[in-house]
Design a protein around this ligand. Sequence first.
Ligand code: HEM
Length: 289
Amino acid sequence: MENQNKMHSEAVLTNSDLSEQIKAVTKDSHVRAENTELMLSYQRGQINLPQYKLLLCSLYEIYQALEEELDRNSEHPCVTPIYFPSELARLESLKRDLEFFYGKDWKEMLVVPAATKRYAHRLRQIGKDNPEYLVAHAYTRYLGDLSGGQVLGRITQKSLGLKSGEEGLAFFSFPGVSSPNRFKQLYRGRMNGIELTEEERTGVLGEAVLAFEFNIEVFDGLQKMLSETENDNNTLQRHATHSKLDNGVREVAKSLQIPASLNNAFPLFRMILGLCVALATVGMGIYVF
Ligand code: HEM
């Protein structure tokens, strides 16, 4: 690890291209992002519809902030060279995907973790105070979407059983980019042409690490929301099973003409009766199969 870090700092010191420096300083962060639980489920091909829908909500908030700030600062000398709205903008695609999965009222159904709000807030803040930092965020999201993002698109399509070119996958498709690799080369060249003071360059590199950090926090926040929903569903299911058993007990008590007051008043009596109902149900199941 120490060696790796040394190599990164050497790359930063010896190569003055912003695109190389940014890649070097975010290398470890990229590995960490790839290893978040959400990205690991992706790589195992285990992405499911609730996960994908929730991810789309967060991506919408993030790209809305990013693209509004890029649009507002499109004349800024550090933004103009990397401003490619017709090739890269994702907001309209995200709107289409969200409408496909959530229906016409999708805007009212957006749910995002606090980390997404923090990320969007940071984007708006730098759009106002340090527009030169936008290059770090645009690089992190768009070059990521054009790299690993393309693989993730195919995994989403397969995992959700969607057909290629079908609705719901617009986010991954870049009709204005015929060759992602060539486009990435062009983008890197544009990044390298941006004039930055040493202080600004250091700021941009720090912001890129922060951009990855924001993404990692969003993925962790999403995973937490998903596991909480799963736990809630399990609890609901357990309640449903209990109340089924309760209904069963009530039915048996009724058919044996046991007074409701006795059944309600003695928990032990209810428990024994409940156990009998459960055993009878299992017995019936064994008999049927
Ligand atoms: C399952 C997760 C991921 C996989 C499998 C993956 C894979 C890749 C691959 C194969 C490349 C190309 C590397 C190269 O050309 O040298 C790449 C580049 C990149 N990825 Fe990822 N990635 C993942 C997640 C992410 C995430 C979450 C982000 C940021 C939010 C991200 C941002 C980037 C960026 C900015 C690049 C361009 C690097 C450069 O050429 O400077 N990736 N990724």
